[in-house]
Structure formats: C-alpha cells, structure tokens
Design a protein around this ligand. Sequence first.
Ligand SMILES: C[S@@+](CC[C@H](N)C(=O)[O-])C[C@H]1O[C@@H](n2cnc3c(N)ncnc32)[C@H](O)[C@@H]1O
Length: 323
Amino acid sequence: MAFANGSRFRADGQVQDEMANQQEIERLYDWLDRFHDRCLGEFADLSCGYFRGDHGKSLQQAQKDKHDWVLNTLDCGEGARILDIGSGWGAMLRAAELNGASGVGLTLSQAQAAYCKKKRLNVLLMDWKEAQAAQLGVFDGIVSIGAFEHFCSIEEFLAGKQEGIYKRFFQLCADVIKSGRKLFLQTMVWDHRVPDPEECRLTEPTRSTERIVARLTKFYPGSWLPVGKEQIIGAALPQFHLVSSINGRDDYIETLKRWYVAIRGLFGVTKLLPTLKDLLRLAPRYAVDRDFREQIKSIVCKDQLACFERGIMDHERMFFVRR
Ligand SMILES: C[S@@+](CC[C@H](N)C(=O)[O-])C[C@H]1O[C@@H](n2cnc3c(N)ncnc32)[C@H](O)[C@@H]1O
C-alpha cells in the first residue's frame, strides 16, 4: 500500500510497484462522498448508465436499466452470489439484493466502505490484488464497473507491467467464479492513440489533449487507462472468452451531461446551504493542495466529456464467460 510519505517513490528512489493505492483512491472518492447522495441520490452509480440512444430516459432509469441488463445477462437472480470489484456506493450490490441475489463488494475508499456498511451492504475495504480467493468464496457472477481504470498506474504502464496486472485481475476472477459463469467488465480505454504520459503536463496549452490528460491524471491519481479493448480480451484469454461487448462512448457522454446538470443542482435553492457548508470544509485543502485544485478544475472544464467527444478516450462494456 502507500508509503508513509504518501509518495510513489521508496526511500531508495525506486518507483513504487503498485496500481492506484488506497491513499490515491481516497484522494478522489472520499471528498466526492460528501456530495454523493445530495448530487446523485442514495446508492447512485458513479459510472456510465445504459441509455442506448433513448435520451428521454432519466439518469436513474438508465442506471436501473444497466443493473437489470447486467444481472439478467449474468443470470444472477434469486439465490445467486455476486462479487463486485470496485463497488463504489453499492449501486450494483443493492440492485442484486433487490433481485433476490446476495453480493460482496470490494472498495479502496474508507468513505464508500462506511457508507455501504451503514446501508447494511456487504462491502470489504480491500484491494483486489490483496484478496485471497478462499477468503472471498465462490460466485455465480462477477461485475467490475468503472474500476478497471484504476488498476494500472502511469509508472506501471511505463514499465510495461500493464498486461501483467490485468492478467492477475482475471486470474483472481477465474479463481472465484464457477465454471461457465459470466464476468461483466465496464471500463474507459484510450481511443486510437495512447497519450505519452511524459508529454502530458499541466503547463501545456489550456485545451490541448496533453493538458486535459494531465489534469485527468490528477483527477484519478495513480491511474492509467487500458490501451484498448483488445488488450483486455487478450489478458482475459487464458481463463475467459468474450461473449459480447457494447461500446459505451455515447452513453457515457449522455451520463456526463446528466452529471453536470446534477452538479449545477447542488447550487439550487434547496441544496445550496449544505453544499456551501461542505465547500467551506474543503476550502483549507483547496488552498494548500494543488492536485485537489486540479481535480476541481477538471470537473469545471468538463475534461472527461472532452475526452469522449474528441476521441481521446473510448468506453467498453464486455461480458466474458469462464471457460
Ligand atoms: C468510479 S468508482 C465505480 C463504483 C461503482 N462500480 C459504480 O459503478 O458506481 C471506482 C471504484 O473502484 C474502486 N477501486 C479502485 N481500485 C481498486 C482496487 N485495486 N481494489 C478494490 N477496489 C478498487 C474504488 O474504491 C471505487 O469504489
């Protein structure tokens, strides 16, 4: 996990050999937790919904449709047991329970774990890479939604370790899922061209790809995206084969637009006072923490939307079956 000095560098100067660690994950999700329910609602997903061209749908409906689509495709109804790797605020686990299934979630954010515990969802504060198969048990289905993006750091990408990490992930999944059962993976990926991390600097021109990506690496500390869908399919190959996949770029664009509206809603009459209180609590951090300021800027500048619209990032939703 993180070193005491919070850096990715060990005392001997070597790069820490880890994906986004707990401290980095918490640098985003723990402050988002303050606004989560007020902005998006109880048990809301922080990932792309399932619109499929129907923009008349509410965001809540699009998220519910995603849950139904995934749980039905995984055949995880009454009595099934699912594992959610990167379970956030428990949206999918809650949907599984409403379907008569039970679930275990893993998160690296203490705030998310506490939230889920309060709501009586079975969530462990645990890095999947530390997880022991025997400890987790056996599952009828696995989901990992919007978490794969965090599994490889820039340093690991530069050291050529990305594929090895993804293979380890699929090995864990293979060890805990019943044969013939399915895994659902939803993740952002780079589009045609993988940016060069060393060219992505905060000093680049404001709306350049390099500046936007640099800010996003502050928004998602310790994280670097998969090269593309084929890389993921290849890493899964020894134990899983792809049964279907749907591109999610348009759905993510729609989801982001709905989120921006929800964020504006935080400043409406009914929510303004609690929002201002939370912003005041965060003000000291804003004053001293440059990376936190970049996170806020990234939201204000709508960086993620720009990445999808400009073809810097793409988005994939994949069902795999255990051989
Ligand atoms: C964008 S949130 C998505 C949450 C949820 N799946 C959803 O759709 O709302 C990413 C989640 O991945 C989790 N995560 C990232 N890296 C992880 C790791 N190595 N082990 C366990 N959880 C991880 C974070 O803690 C967070 O809960």
